[in-house]
Ligand binder design. Structure first.
Ligand SMILES: [Zn+2]
Length: 248
């Protein structure tokens, strides 16, 4: 199994390449490229959230508890929350992620179970899209892609480390095939994982439209962010189609 440092190093290098390519070829904003590079780097340890009370779980939850409330600030504005409510809701997210999430993960996951799988990679990609702020869905997709890339790099590295290249008897270890997979063991965890994937996918596809409808109902005195969101947000499928057309 590839170690913590190997995962972080590879995902960080990939993240730098991802951000640099987006800046160089597609002229995306530098701050977005740097953020995407960082997200890709951190996502390289996400699959090991199932490894019990170890460093990946500790580091990821600590980072997420600080980063998620900050990423949600634009959403809070769009939802029409005042400053005090932002602090209260942000603190609630902090405590839930910092102290609640590790306990849930320790009890519900087993190492190399469904968390090490492609559907879970898509779940985290969808979550990254939902957490990302801004009216431009292309940039949100770009950041979600960074998380997906970092996550998948971990799965591939785990599989590479499952091959004995240099021993006297080269071959496959028992762990081969337990990381880069679609289904884990047992129907229960798989059912939960695919149900969660369905929920996240449905929410991701519709969230821009819901936000637009919500913003249209807000009083005109609400934040400029809300107004911007309401004017620019559109169903993600339409956004992707426009984006692809712009490259032709
Ligand atoms: Zn792993």
């Amino acid at each position: 199994m590839a170690g913590f440092k190997t995962h972080i190093t590879v995902s960080s290098v990939l993240g730098v390449g991802y951000g640099a390519a987006a800046y160089g070829y597609f002229h995306l904003p530098p701050s977005t490229c740097v953020l995407a590079a960082g997200l890709c780097g951190v996502s390289g340890m996400l699959p090991d959230l199932d490894s019990g009370p170890g460093r990946p779980l500790q580091e990821t939850c600590m980072f997420a508890s600080a980063a998620v409330p900050m990423l949600l600030i634009d959403h809070f504005e769009a939802w029409g929350l005042n400053r005090e409510m932002m602090v209260i809701v942000g603190a609630a997210f902090y405590f839930l992620i910092r102290f609640g999430l590790p306990e849930v993960l320790k009890r519900l996951t087993v190492h190399r179970g469904v968390v090490h799988s492609l559907p879970t990679a898509l779940i985290f990609g969808g979550l990254a899209f939902l957490l990302s702020s801004g009216a431009d869905e292309r940039l949100r997709l770009f950041k979600a892609g960074a998380v997906l890339l970092g996550f998948i790099s971990h799965l591939i590295l785990d599989e590479i480390w499952s091959v004995e290249f240099f021993s006297k008897h080269p071959g496959l270890k028992k762990s081969f095939g337990t990381a880069f997979k679609i289904f884990g063991k047992g129907w229960g965890p798989n059912l939960c994982n695919f149900a969660l994937l369905g929920l996240i996918t449905y929410t991701t596809l519709n969230e821009p439209m819901w936000l637009r409808q919500y913003c249209q109902q807000l009083p005109a005195t609400n934040s400029r962010q809300a107004t911007d969101e309401s004017q620019k947000s559109q169903p993600i499928t339409k956004s992707v189609s426009n984006w692809l057309n712009s490259w032709r």
